[in-house]
Design a protein around this ligand. Structure first.
Ligand SMILES: Cc1ncc(COP(=O)(O)O)c(C=O)c1O
Length: 420
């Protein structure tokens, strides 16, 4: 709408309600100087440099990073192997349209399929976009290949699958849906580990079941293997596709390259983002070969999906993870972290549970932990929450035993001071 076409509106409406009209710029209390939408409740820190497990703020203070950009910088900050590949690619070619063959995309996809149960990859830019692609592929497979009208995706309460309209509808947490009505049709959430509810939710419209193997945002709950058995059996019996959201759990974090490997299953579709590019924004949706015929030319796409630059980051990341045996390392260091936390926190009644998989650990506390995050930052350690009462730890996969002991000691100090 042009500014002129709104001239009449501006006379009738108060300035603050005017749409498309130039209004006086007012600093808000929440973001006094910022030109950004206030979509994030930001911590009072500006981080400006990172190396390995460490970050520095703009005052020169150093922090032990036990959150890794929420499971993104799995190789630590500024990993040499990825930096070198990106620098080389920057001098060669940044972007070409997906209307052309992109050799780096073929190589990255071949690396992913050679190291997983998937046969085909679609590259995109984020976790939400990868899940969106998974939802679209599941619907299109049933509708175009199987010639049915199935469309519904069943997900689980407390899950998190992203912030696009489809993925926030798939997400089993109401807080991400507030104010965004009407939501797209075709999604149902049932409580995790509730077989009867899952069975009751399946109908002739069901296309797929989608889940995280460790519910991360939902409180760091690994899925019970017996329940995974129930899900795979129901998928087989009803002809449903199984979609695993590996956006947070993937790329070695849980002690396997992909967390579904712990359960001995092969999903029809799985999704990646976060650790896939070591901090370069990239996502991927991977599927079994029989799904190829559902995603034919023109059925899906993304301008920035799989650019040469993103693919350089992906190739270097996967090669490093495999060459340096980082899933095995994550399993070993995850055990060490678990025991170190038990040693330091085991006798504090405020701590109710320590759980997780590999280097994806939750410490459930008796009360909300938001203040503990800030207290940790003052001490020089960064961690985040997973739901109100859970401290979430996501160190990088090269984390050392010394850094783990240091982190566990600082977290114990933060909790003891909070309780006192
Ligand atoms: C399991 C899971 N799925 C999907 C997403 C969405 O990813 P993105 O923020 O890259 O869109 C996230 C992000 O936290 C996630 O943890």
């Amino acid at each position: 709408m042009s500014k002129e076409s709104n001239a009449l509106v501006s006379e009738e409406l108060p300035n603050t309600d005017a749409i498309g009209v130039r209004t006086e710029k007012v600093a808000t209390e929440a973001q006094p100087q910022s030109s950004l939408f206030p979509t994030y409740a930001r911590y009072p820190l500006s981080l400006v440099k990172g190396q390995g497990s460490w970050l520095w703020d703009d005052q020169g203070k150093r922090y032990l990073d036990f959150m890794s950009g929420i499971a993104v910088t799995n190789l630590g900050h500024a990993p040499q192997a990825v930096a070198e590949r990106l620098k080389k690619q920057i001098d060669e070619l940044w972007h070409v349209s997906n209307l052309f063959h992109i050799p780096g995309q073929e190589r990255a996809a071949a690396l992913l399929t050679a190291n997983s149960s998937a046969d085909a990859v679609f590259f995109c830019n984020s976790g939400a976009e990868a899940n969106e692609a998974a939802i679209k592929l599941a619907r299109r497979y049933h509708q175009k290949v199987k010639q049915t009208s199935r469309y519904e995706i069943i997900t689980f309460t407390q899950s998190f699958h992203g912030r696009t309209l489809a993925t926030l509808t798939a997400t089993g947490q109401d807080k991400v849906k507030e104010g965004f009505l009407p939501l797209p049709a075709g999604f149902k959430s049932v409580p995790l580990h509730d077989q009867a509810a899952l069975e009751a939710a399946i109908s002739e419209n069901t296309a797929a079941i989608m889940l995280e193997m460790v519910q991360a945002e939902g409180g760091m709950y690994p899925v019970d293997p017996a329940f995974v058995g129930v899900i795979t059996k129901l998928c087989r019996e009803h002809g449903l596709l199984l979609i695993i959201d590996e956006v947070q759990t993937g790329m070695g974090r849980t002690g396997k390259l992909f967390s579904f490997e712990h359960y001995g299953i092969e999903p029809d579709i799985f999704t990646l983002a976060k650790g896939l590019g070591s901090g370069f924004s990239v996502g991927a949706m991977l599927g079994k070969g029989y799904l190829r015929e559902a995603f034919t030319a023109g059925s899906h796409g993304s301008t920035f999906g799989g650019t040469p630059l993103a693919m350089a980051a992906v190739q270097a990341t996967i090669e490093t993870i495999i060459d340096d045996k980082l899933p095995e390392r994550a399993a070993e260091m995850g055990e060490y972290l678990f025991h170190s936390l038990q040693k330091q926190l085991g006798d504090i009644p405020f701590v109710k549970d320590i759980r997780g998989k590999g280097l994806m650990v939750g410490i459930e506390c008796a009360e909300p932990v938001a203040e503990l995050v800030l207290a940790g930052q003052k001490k020089g350690i960064l961690f985040i929450t997973a739901g109100p009462n859970v401290i979430r730890l996501l160190p990088n996969l090269y984390v050392t035993k010394e850094e783990i002991d240091q982190a566990a000691a600082m977290i114990a100090e933060v909790i003891r001071e909070h309780v006192a």
